[in-house]
Design a protein around this ligand. Structure first.
Ligand code: FAD
Length: 322
């Protein structure tokens, strides 16, 4: 395929999310010899983010700057991106399977009257057809799909398709596009964020997740300490969130976040099917549970049967020695 693929970059707090770089790598795999064009929306100058997209492999970038694009809305971003998509008429579109990606991609696909492969975790190209792999039935099975007509429109799950090496010697054109995004019904007036510490859960390489076995909000303190020494983030089961030990923004599972870190440490989590739906594709799973019969050990690569309040301090001590 020697055509044109558009990669929709997603910025947060002035920086592109890692999944945008992973989307570039996916676009390169789809379209090894063709043109890769980045597109980014925002309300401020987007040159540095555009430059980063070039360092990670796109050939040129179109930026869309408008006051109404400060915060994501499907209407505003939809209008802005649709204008660029129609002008560029790409053969494919790749974006992250993030909250915004999940919201925006079906809307764009509908407007473009094309299909969509969502939540791809892998892709293989034979130079002619591209085959995408995506989880189904809450991660219990995978299906492989190819696109036979229309655009190659795909969202990719964060942390599955490695980004290319950042290369500062790469150069490319950055152009800005004026798009009128004033005709929208929803304007975000204010965003009130929960205080979140450290690494973003959905893009973390290491996650230490606590369950009801952690027993209290205070019981989460050793988990935060372990996450810190490992440079990771803290997550939780719904059991822990329901018990008010932590905020629902940490919930992992079928009705929470879906994560695929390199290392997932499940602490005091029984391994209910709804929890496994959000983490069972992690590369290495370690379970710490005092019940040797707990279901979490059925998906764990390494298991420690013991009291988490004894095991975690020992782990922290040993890791600090490295
Ligand atoms: P429990 O099942 O109570 O397990 C606690 C574990 O801690 C036990 O295995 C116990 O042996 C261990 N333990 C206790 N003390 C210690 C100790 N001192 N040291 C070591 N181990 C200890 N759940 C999710 O997580 N995510 C979801 O998105 C989600 N979505 C759901 C959607 C629906 C529609 C429904 C019906 C349920 C959903 N659930 C979800 C809930 C799910 O079914 C389980 O109830 C929940 O995951 C249990 O949480 P838990 O493993 O922390 O608690």
């Amino acid at each position: 395929m020697t055509e044109k693929i558009l990669v929709i970059g997603e910025a947060r707090d002035g920086e592109l999310r890692n999944v945008s770089f992973e989307a570039i790598a996916a676009a390169k795999k789809i379209n090894a010899d063709g043109e890769i064009v980045g597109v980014i929306c925002g309300n401020e100058d987007l040159k540095s983010q555009a430059q980063e997209m070039i360092y990670y492999g796109v050939d040129r970038v179109v930026t869309i700057q408008h006051d109404n694009l400060e915060t994501y809305t499907s209407e505003g971003y939809g209008q802005a991106l649709l204008t660029v998509i129609n002008e560029e008429s790409p053969d494919g579109i790749v974006m992250g399977h993030t909250s915004a990606g999940k919201d925006l991609s079906p809307k764009l696909a509908t407007k473009l009257e094309t299909g969509l492969i969502s939540d791809a975790v892998a892709l293989e190209s034979d130079g002619d057809k591209v085959q995408f792999t995506r989880p189904i039935y809450s991660g219990k099975a995978f299906e492989k799909k190819i696109i036979t007509s229309g655009l190659t429109f795909v969202t990719i799950r964060p942390n599955n398709i490695p980004a290319l090496e950042r290369d500062e010697s790469r150069s490319g054109d950055i152009s800005s596009k004026d798009v009128d995004v004033t005709d929208i019904r929803t304007v975000i007036k204010d965003v009130i964020r929960k205080a979140s510490e450290g690494v973003d859960l959905s893009e973390a390489n290491v996650i230490v997740a606590g369950g009801r076995g952690v027993k209290s909000a205070d019981g989460f303190k050793p988990l935060y300490e372990l996450a810190e020494v490992l440079g990771g983030a803290v997550g939780a089961s719904r059991g822990a969130c329901d018990a008010d030990y932590c905020d629902y923004s940490l919930q992992i599972g079928q009705t929470g976040k879906v994560v695929t870190p390199d290392l997932y440490i499940a602490v005091g989590i029984s391994g209910a099917i709804q929890h496994l739906a959000g983490m069972s594709n992690s590369k290495v799973i370690v379970a710490i549970n005092k019940d040797a019969e707990s279901n979490i050990f059925n998906v764990a690569d390494y298991g420690i049967v013991g009291d988490l309040f004894e095991v975690i301090p020992l782990l922290i001590e040993e890791i600090k020695k490295i």
